[in-house]
Every structure is written in C-alpha cells, then in structure tokens.
Design a protein around this ligand. Structure first.
Ligand SMILES: [Zn+2]
Length: 199
C-alpha cells in the first residue's frame, strides 16, 4: 500500500463553518491529486511486478492452469496471415485487430493485447523485427498467448526488449510517457549473456 494512505482521513473530515467552502475545494483537489498519484503508483507497481515470481506464485492458486513456453518468428497481423497462409477472406475492417507470432515453421499464435501486447501496436519498431522471440503464457482453453518477455534475435545474439526511463530508473513495457516523471522513455535493448542472466 502506498505511503500516505494513513493520512488520507484528513481530507475526508467535514470542514468547519469558517472557510468551509475553500477548505472543501482544497480538500477535493488534494484528494484528486492523491488519488491520481495512487493510481499512478498502482499502475507502476503493476507494470514493474509483471515478471515478479512471488506475485505469479500468489496468483497461480486462483488462476486457471497455464503453460509457459518460447516461440520465435515474426510479428504479423493475424487476419493478414490467415488470408495469406490459408486463403481465408478476412474482412478489411478486421485487418489490424489482433497480432500474431508466425513461427519459422508457419504456425500462428494469436497474441492477447494486454500492456505487453499493446506495445506492438504502439511501437512500429517491434513489428519490424526480422526475428523475434517471445516467452509466452497460455491458459488452458485460451486461443491466444500472453507475452511475458520479448527478445530480438540477431544472428546468434539475443536482446531483451523493454522500455526504460533513465531519469527515474524504472522499466516499462510499452511506449508512453514515463509513469513517474511523464517524460520520454526509450526502447531498451539489452544483450542476453550466455547464462541468460541480465545484469
Ligand atoms: Zn521518468
């Protein structure tokens, strides 16, 4: 729970008769600002804990069964690929609805558009990778996979891709203004060493 919660009661007391309106307006503004900050913190925590093993462990009890595996190939629009590969006459308005990964063997995996999936929509550079590797999760019964980690493959080298704010030193998973300072962030490309452990 973010620091500052215990104080929030101060904003909810009924202002006195003198200066009541001003106090109420100030209180409302303070509350709005605090709620905004708390929302920002919650988002930040959610984003930064996406790879957190303890969190995954906590949630695994409540969630349906899933498998985690790696797929590699190119990012494509699913409907374009269905049309190209199988001759399915997909309608134009559905063309850019869903992403898929097309493996080297020609298999298609639909990609759920959560924050990591939306990163593909927001950043053209991710869609243009010659070869991409995804660590994905698929729940039993789900037709699509969820991106857990994303890598660019270049020859025999692998680079983990995410977004980073150099000022706040925080990691994010899609292109946007920084969760914290609202400034620009950069696409971070870190070479994965042979032991698989990033510094
Ligand atoms: Zn920042």
């Amino acid at each position: 729970m973010p620091a500052g919660w215990p104080e929030s009661g101060r904003d909810s007391h009924v202002p006195g008769v003198t200066g009541g309106v001003v106090a109420a307006v100030e209180g409302a503004l303070t509350m709005a600002r605090r709620l905004w900050l708390q929302a920002a913190c919650a988002l930040l925590l959610a984003a930064t804990s996406a790879d957190s093993a303890p969190l995954a462990a906590q949630q695994s009890e409540a969630r349906p069964e899933f498998e985690t595996f790696t797929i590699a190939g190119r990012i494509v629009w699913l409907n374009e690929a269905l049309s190209r590969r199988f001759g399915i006459q997909t309608v134009p308005e559905a063309r850019e609805q869903m992403f898929a990964l097309e493996t080297d063997q020609g298999e298609l995996f639909g990609i759920a558009e959560d924050i990591r999936g939306r990163a593909l929509r927001r950043d053209e550079r991710l869609r243009q990778l010659k070869r991409c590797e995804l660590l994905v999760r698929r729940y039993r019964g789900s037709p699509v996979v969820q991106i857990i980690r994303m890598f660019e493959v270049d020859g025999d080298k692998r680079y983990e891709l995410d977004y980073y704010c150099d000022i706040c030193a925080i990691t994010m998973f899609e292109l946007k203004a920084c969760d914290c300072c609202q400034g620009p962030i950069r696409l971070r490309r870190r070479e994965v060493p042979a032991d698989g452990k990033l510094p």
